[in-house]
Design a protein around this ligand. Structure first.
Ligand SMILES: [Zn+2]
Ligand SMILES: [Zn+2]
Length: 175
């Protein structure tokens, strides 16, 4: 969604409110591609604070599927969004070239809401996602998700008598 800013840029003190839909269905960056599972409309307020300066505030929330750090199961992760940006509309696109963030969501007088929200999602991206606090992860030998139960892999027993016992144990586990 694009919002054209020329009216508000030239009217000191003007304030507009918009409800915007986030248009992306996946979030893609260096770490990979993640599906957007749910999104709430973004409530945007744009204020002309004088001297062709605009203040953009927005709140919203999206839910993204991010793999668990330990077991790689997709975890439905809520990302709250608190957007707060200031734009100097006196600057030209050329002036903005140095600000990669700004030039990605503002072209001339057009605000690209998807890009603005996308940047905010990246800034709020969780450092670590776990499906649950005590996630057991995956077995390093067979790759089974250990939250679903033990896999039967055993560390190489050195004592042959122990090996016999662990064989019995793994038979039990398979039942
Ligand atoms: Zn997990
Ligand atoms: Zn295993």
């Amino acid at each position: 969604m694009q919002i054209h800013l020329s009216d508000i840029s030239s009217s000191e003190g003007m304030r507009i409110q918009k409800t915007a839909e986030f248009g992306m269905d996946t979030i893609t960056f260096q770490s990979g591609s993640f599906p957007v599972l749910a999104k709430e409309p973004i409530e945007l307020t744009i204020t002309n604070t004088g001297d062709r300066n605009l203040e953009i505030r927005g709140t919203g929330k999206i839910t993204v599927g991010i793999p668990c750090d330990r077991c790689l199961e997709e975890v439905s992760t809520e990302i709250p969004l608190e957007i707060e940006r200031k734009l100097d509309m006196k600057l030209t696109d050329e002036d903005r070239v140095n600000d990669l963030d700004e030039s990605s969501y503002l072209t001339g007088m057009d605000l690209d809401v998807d890009q603005l929200v996308y940047l905010e999602v990246l800034m709020s991206w969780p450092l670590k996602v776990l499906c649950r606090e005590d996630c057991k992860g995956i077995c390093s030998q067979c790759g089974k998700n250990l939250n679903d139960g033990p896999c039967g892999c055993v560390e190489e027993p050195k004592d042959p008598r122990m090996a016999a016992i662990s064989d019995i144990f793994s038979k039990f586990k398979e039942v």
